[in-house]
Design a protein around this ligand. Sequence first.
Ligand code: ZN
Ligand code: ZN
Length: 340
Amino acid sequence: MSVAEVLVFTGVGRAFERREVPLPERLSAGEVLVAIDLATICGSDLHTVEGRRSAPVPCVLGHEGVGHVVASQRLGVAPGQRVTWTLADSCGHCSPCSRWRLPQKCEHLFKYGHAAWGDGHGLNGCYASHVVLRPGTTVVPVPDGLSDGLVAPANCALATVINALEVLPDPCERVLIQGSGLLGIYAAAWLKCRGIEEIYCVDLSAERLAAMPAFGGQPIVAGQAMPLVDLVLELAGTSQVINDGVRCLRPGGHYVWAGMVHPQTPLDLMGETVVKGCLTVRGVHNYAPRHLVAGLEFLAQHQQRFPWAGLVSPPLKLAELDLAFDLTRQRRWQRVSVRP
Ligand SMILES: [Zn+2]
Ligand SMILES: [Zn+2]
């Protein structure tokens, strides 16, 4: 096949446009052409489609995916290999990349699923039959035993959670997770596998909390009494939960903020509370390649331990992407998947 099928986003309120584009005839050094086997719809894609997050239009959205290599100009990456990849492409030379261990803050950062149509080969997102991975993108092999549905959200949601939980307070025996979406589910499972027994999860919706026990989390409906914990993990996306979180922290506790990725997050917090509580507050955005590698190892090790299969919908056709977004709005699944 010499053409790729892409579903192009052209603006809020418009149906996706199906287009065919020629596959690149030649790849540059370091580039990898991947045929996408499955992509999932992340919350941030829904934000873009509904106009709460800006994107250059036209563009190909979608950054969570798994596929196999069709052509490669990179040593160690061969056609036929099953892979996933970091959602950010980084230069490897600037200060964030080389000195601060924050390649996701690269001065020349490129993010799949957020790029203008005319950028590079145009195959920049996962709602397509193919994507061209750039030289600064880490390509991670996927073990055969892991299903596409299990792997697709790993390069966004799971890797971000692993970054958020990379540094734990010592001791860390009790954790409170704020928010019970897919990131909250991953966080509970990851902590459970690290041997942490008391993992609480708070959410406004009792219905959304229903999945937590199967992944090791004990549900608390907002408003109920909260336990004192060593670590609070904010995945709720709202600053309204911050004072509740601070109140739950023991002296010397850690608070990790990872959900508040938009500007409507004003704080009403006394500096004194952080100082006298000896608290550590850590912001986490996206992740570095090592977190994605750890995520795949985690899935391979624990694929039988949790009911992962119920999180991701059976695949819809890529051409049914509008329908897939409708299904995402219904929140029946943590992720809706599409297959080219
Ligand atoms: Zn995402
Ligand atoms: Zn860089």
